[in-house]
Design a protein around this ligand. Structure first.
Ligand SMILES: C[S@@+](CC[C@H](N)C(=O)[O-])C[C@H]1O[C@@H](n2cnc3c(N)ncnc32)[C@H](O)[C@@H]1O
Length: 430
């Protein structure tokens, strides 16, 4: 079979999203977002310090949504009316759906352009934040796509990226290959064939990994079926492949938005005789091992930045002298309930851990610690309060250990002291 050129692939991707805009268009912004209780994963209206721990919070950001689909930009712009959004997509149908939603909800702060993200530099703009979720893995050359985005990212900016995860999509690639061999394609598929595909998928024999993933791939709407099983361009990534892709594009990994699912100590690996060895490895190696151990991660959502952004502006350093000046804050995705083992304290779960939800059990001292965090107090302030009841050294080591756990488990984020660096863009003087 003759291989398609990059242009033919782009054309096929575009026509698929013209015919089957994905995600399927919304009738309205979700009620949770409208009521102020919900927000998109990683939305800077709630998660500013995940991107910029060393900066005071601000909302007047310049944000690019690269591959905005039919609703993402509108929902984000609704939650962040002070920001200026630019949204681009190859599919005019998706843009039209977004514009309809925008008008319906009176959202004003988005400018749309139908274009490829490869050409984004033509807009002559630069951005504090670039959001590209579910897009880069559909490009003929993902590294070139990221390099194009890097050109319009400010030096102190961040990118929020979502890429497919390889191991949790095993069943998807078996189906893709099978339908390809059968000659079914997204460009010509009929409604009747889509219904027949659904029937086939639902009834594969018990040996098929689909049965392991049923709770993930449980949306059988036509746009979902076409996006999953007939996509003309779709690659998935392992943890090491993500790090390599970022390096190829001149980017660095800042962090996974929800990092606990990647951390060996929050998995069944803790307590195994091999754990001690794993615990001494680099983050990248530890995350890769947990991914292999869990074997079901189907997406990776993470924050990246330019490789010339000073690491001190985003690295959380528990060993450094400035740790005591950090300000810990509870993140918005945390749920507390009584401990399932009946002991005093609380059980914490984090919504974003999804399928890999694990719980962390806090004892009353840790609950007390959480109660001390008011978004203003530094770590040292909290230690000082505890030192009224315990000797200073005990208080220091308890606070450091507990905060490290809470941070690793995605319960808290830190604001860290400002980092002096060459200004990345012109400052306006008032
Ligand atoms: C799976 S959808 C994700 C939409 C949105 N980011 C979200 O998370 O809801 C992928 C979108 O990327 C767009 N897309 C694919 N290749 C693109 C490119 N080279 N430039 C701009 N948009 C592209 C598609 O048209 C489609 O709307």
């Amino acid at each position: 079979m003759k291989r398609k050129t990059a242009e033919q692939i782009q054309g096929a991707v575009q026509s698929q999203y013209e015919r089957f805009p994905y995600p399927p268009p919304l009738d309205a912004i979700s009620s949770e977002i409208l009521e102020g209780n919900g927000f998109m994963m990683g939305c800077p209206s709630r998660e500013f310090h995940i991107y910029w721990p060393s900066l005071p919070e601000r909302r007047d950001l310049d944000i690019l949504i690269a591959g905005c689909g039919s609703s993402q930009a509108v929902q984000d712009a609704y939650t962040l009316p002070e920001a200026r959004f630019t949204a681009i997509d190859l599919s005019q149908t998706s843009i039209d759906n977004s514009k309809r939603l925008m008008a319906q909800h009176g959202v004003k702060n988005i400018e749309f352009h139908q274009m490829s993200l490869y050409d984004v530099e033509e807009l002559g703009r630069d951005f504090d934040l670039i959001v590209s979720t579910g897009v880069i893995h559909h490009l003929p050359d993902p590294a070139a796509g990221l390099r194009a985005l890097r050109k319009v990212l400010r030096r102190d900016g961040s990118m929020l990226l979502l890429l497919y995860g390889r191991y949790g999509r095993d069943s998807v690639y078996l189906f893709q290959q099978m339908f390809r061999l059968m000659g079914i394609s997204g460009e010509t598929v009929t409604e009747e064939q889509i219904a027949q595909m659904v029937d086939l998928v639902r009834n594969v024999p018990p040996t098929h990994p689909f049965h392991l993933r049923k709770d993930i791939y449980n949306d059988f709407r036509p746009a979902e079926i076409v996006d999953l099983y007939l996509h003309p361009q779709d690659v998935a990534y392992t943890v090491p492949e993500i790090y390599d892709l970022l390096a190829e594009a001149g980017l660095s990994m800042q962090r996974f938005i929800q990092q606990a699912p990647y951390v060996p100590r929050f998995s069944g690996l803790l307590g195994h005789p091999f754990y001690e060895k794993v615990d001494r490895m680099s983050d990248r190696e530890q995350f890769a091992i947990t991914e292999l151990y869990r074997a079901g991660m189907y997406t990776h959502t993470f924050v990246a930045c330019r490789d010339d952004r000073p690491e001190a502006s985003y690295r959380i350093d528990f060993e450094g002298a400035s740790f005591w000046k950090y300000v810990p804050r509870i993140r918005g995705t945390v749920n507390q309930s009584p401990r399932s083992d009946g002991r005093p304290g609380v059980e914490i779960t984090v919504s974003g851990h999804g399928k890999f939800q694990t719980e962390i059990l806090l004892d009353p001292a840790q609950v007390f610690l959480i109660g001390r965090m008011d978004g203003q107090k530094t770590v040292q302030d909290i230690v000082d309060e505890l030192s009224e009841h315990h000797d200073g050294e005990t208080a220091r080591s308890f606070v450091m250990g507990a905060l490290r756990d809470l941070w690793m488990f995605d319960v808290i984020a830190f604001q860290i002291p400002a980092v002096r660096s060459r200004p990345a863009r012109k400052e306006t003087t008032v």
